[in-house]
Ligand binder design. Structure first.
Ligand code: ARG
Length: 281
């Protein structure tokens, strides 16, 4: 099973990895890109395990260390028994398999997860992370693998019906998220309260400590389903792209992650993971 995934990764990763695979098994470096790729695939038995993993320098050898905040269903959450599950978890596992690495999940606060890759403590942050210019200044991102929407949750009987109605209200958000950033930009720091996670923000809404919660639409739906008396406004606040964050300048890892992601998109694996967690309306 693992061997097959590595072989397909090598073939898809193209020149860089294929050339390295050839070097690793003593092949000629004068081969063209396409013949290098096919001979790498043909000789994957000999070259694969060391080549794919050997090229990638990861935080912990042989592992793909993923920082996340597993309080963000359906992207990352824990089961009753404490296991991690969700779209990001399964996608990261599929990427790790293709890279021939063992997936190591480190659960922490969202703002800490973003810092983790910048500080070299994790290889990737996968946490429904929105690509923003500010983040691009301090980290690199993979190609996007999903889109997100910032939504507004209010009590069913709320007088808030539009984004403008948030003016003068208390807004709950998760610390370090785009929801927090947009709301404090638009409505002022004093209007926005930052909570440890989305659920604590929703509990504050239930208790009347805030008038609305701004959070990504997919978790918003889950929180509203679990908390009677709340609803999501029809108008969305912002549309975003989710991607995998990595330390700046680790092009070997970025290329490998993007190649794996591309395969997972084109062979339908990514969609089937999404379909497992998000039921089409
Ligand atoms: N998409 C938002 C952002 O990037 C929120 C992500 C929160 N993710 C989480 N796992 N808590 O800021």
């Amino acid at each position: 099973m693992k061997k097959i995934s590595r072989r397909s990764f090598l073939a898809a990763a193209g020149m860089t990895v294929a050339a390295l695979a050839l070097t690793a098994c003593g092949g000629s470096s004068s081969s063209t890109a396409s013949s290098a790729a096919s001979s790498a695939a043909a000789s994957s038995e000999a070259a694969s395990s060391s080549a794919a993993a050997a090229e990638l320098t990861t935080v912990e050898a042989g592992k793909l260390t993923m920082a996340t905040n597993a309080a963000f269903p359906p992207y990352e959450m824990t089961t009753d028994t404490g296991a991690f599950e969700g779209i990001d978890i399964e996608t990261a596992q599929a990427i790790a398999d293709k890279l021939g690495l063992e997936l190591q999940i480190d659960d922490m606060d969202f703002d800490a997860a973003l810092l983790s890759v910048q500080q070299g403590k994790a290889d990737i942050v996968m946490a429904g992370v929105t690509v923003t210019d500010e983040r691009l200044a301090v980290m690199d991102f993979s190609d996007s693998y999903a889109t997100g929407i910032q939504s507004v949750i209010v009590p069913e009987n709320s007088d808030i019906a539009t984004i403008d109605d948030l003016s003068g209200k208390k807004i709950g958000t998760q610390r370090g998220t785009t929801g927090y950033i947009y709301c404090s930009d638009d409505f002022g720091d004093d209007a926005v309260i930052a909570y440890d996670n989305g659920l604590t923000a929703v509990q504050a809404l239930n208790n009347g400590q805030v008038d609305a919660v701004v959070i990504d639409n997919a978790p918003a739906k889950e929180f509203v389903a679990a908390n009677p008396g709340l609803k999501i406004l029809d108008t969305s606040y912002a549309e975003e792209d989710y991607a995998i964050g990595m330390a700046k300048g680790n092009t070997a890892l970025e290329d490998a992650v993007n190649a794996a992601l591309e395969e997972l998109k084109s062979d339908g694996t990514l969609q089937s993971i999404v379909d497992k967690y998000i039921v089409a309306e």
